[in-house]
Design a protein around this ligand. Structure first.
Ligand code: GDP
Ligand code: MN
Length: 393
């Protein structure tokens, strides 16, 4: 069962409370915004740039790296340059980083994609979307323009920030030894990732990785457990074995998913939870690590990016679950952020409110810890009093 941790052990306090003057003269991190986009998304891109410039980057001037599998046209480039004074770099994605790898049988993969279209799986029938998800899962950080950076902040078309961000999140991530930051965690559509967890879980087992507390965020919690009577199904020893060699080293066009009952794996089931990756601030060195790339390669070789419609969000999240610990993660609960229909509003997430994930429940000790913090800060609720919710519009 997940370990419930005290706030003091969580290392996840908000970086900054109270209204600040933007830290215009502070130190800067080696960081950039990363924007993957197409020319036709110009309007959405401008909306996002206007928003992040107004609420953050007009003071901080972090560079933008634009990436595209095609070429950005001059209309696109000029319009972007008209909306920021920060440096902008334009990158074209190499063919090896986008599309079908040579070990995949394209015909088989395309049939798989078409089937998902027929099944009305969200974006399932759209080949370019599969390429995009795979690119964001295992390739964007390999782009030559990103090599010089240590940190990235992902920016998508049609997003909105609605509170001023007056401190430098990169600097604070660095200072607090954080690896990955999120602002929204949601549940994935099951039909897009029916087998993703079997592989992620197999990776963890094959590499003898023991949970550092974060893995539990992604595990379905049986009802009984909530009532204090945990009764996980007994794992069938045959599922403790590594995945068959022929699947791990699958040949071109194989990409077949092995027949393992997900319900039987160590008694663990994926709860579909993931960090919503259209916003993320993370350390590139983690993505560049051998561990992350081994994870990606194994996931990739399964064929799940074509046979299913694995998103980069559950890929990043399950990799984090397998490789990182709770203290490596930062929840940017003070960022007002919206992408299409889902938003996160700091006013609804007071500074020390915890994300609703299993290992972050309040304990009695937490309540005491919280009281001590309140006394220290001198006010009971930094959001209501003078906190992170100010200057939101
Ligand atoms: P959604 O947020 O899941 O609905 O997906 P989006 O359509 O917003 O795509 C996610 C990100 O990938 C956005 O930044 C898009 O601009 C970008 N994107 C998606 N497909 C392509 C593509 O085929 N080429 C390029 N260059 N960018 C893409
Ligand atoms: Mn989007």
């Amino acid at each position: 069962p997940p370990t419930i941790r005290k706030i003091s052990e969580r290392h996840d306090k908000v970086f900054v409370t109270g209204c600040l003057e933007p830290q215009v003269n502070g130190p800067r991190a080696n960081a950039a915004f990363v924007v993957l986009a197409r020319n036709k998304e110009l309007d959405g891109v401008l909306q996002s740039i206007k928003s992040i410039e107004r609420h953050f980057n007009r003071w901080f001037h972090y560079p933008y790296v634009f990436l595209n599998d095609g070429d950005f046209n001059s209309t696109f480039k000029e319009a972007v340059l008209n909306h920021t004074s920060a440096p902008v770099e334009w990158g074209k994605i190499e063919p090896e980083h986008w599309g079908f790898p040579d070990w995949v049988d394209e015909k088989v993969a395309k049939e798989g994609i078409a089937k998902q279209g027929d099944a009305a799986i969200m974006y399932g029938g759209m080949e370019s979307y599969h390429h995009m998800c795979r690119f964001y899962s295992g390739f964007f950080y390999k782009h030559e323009l990103l090599q010089k950076y240590k940190w990235y902040w992902r920016l998508e078309p049609e997003i909105k920030y609605f509170c001023d961000i007056t401190y430098d999140p990169f600097i604070h991530m660095e200072r607090e030894n954080k690896v990955y930051g999120f602002t929204i965690a949601v549940k994935e559509l099951k039909e897009t990732v029916p087998n993703i967890f079997r592989y992620a879980s197999a990776y963890k087992r094959l590499n003898n990785l023991t949970s550092q507390g974060l893995w539990e965020m992604f595990i379905e919690k049986p009802e009984e457990e909530e009532e204090g009577k945990a009764k996980l199904p007994k794992a069938d020893p045959k599922y403790k074995k590594p995945l068959p060699e022929e699947i791990l080293n699958s040949e071109p066009g194989a990409g077949g998913l092995p027949d393992i009952d997900p319900e039987s794996m160590d008694g663990e089931t994926y709860n579909m939870c993931h960090f919503w990756s259209n916003f993320e601030i993370a350390k590139l060195d983690w993505l560049r690590s051998k561990e992350y790339n081994d994870f990606f390669d194994m996931m990739d070789r399964s064929g799940g990016f074509w046979n299913e419609r694995w998103g980069d969000a559950p890929i990043h999240s399950l990799a984090a679950g397998a490789l990182l610990s709770v203290k490596d993660i930062h929840y940017f609960r003070d960022f007002g952020y919206r992408h299409t229909t889902i938003q996160h509003c700091p006013a609804n997430a007071p500074a020390r409110q915890l994300p609703r994930i299993p290992f972050l429940e309040m304990t009695t000790e937490d309540e005491e810890e919280r009281k001590k913090e309140d006394e220290y800060w001198g006010h009971p609720d930094p959001v209501k009093e003078n906190g992170v919710g100010c200057r939101c519009k």
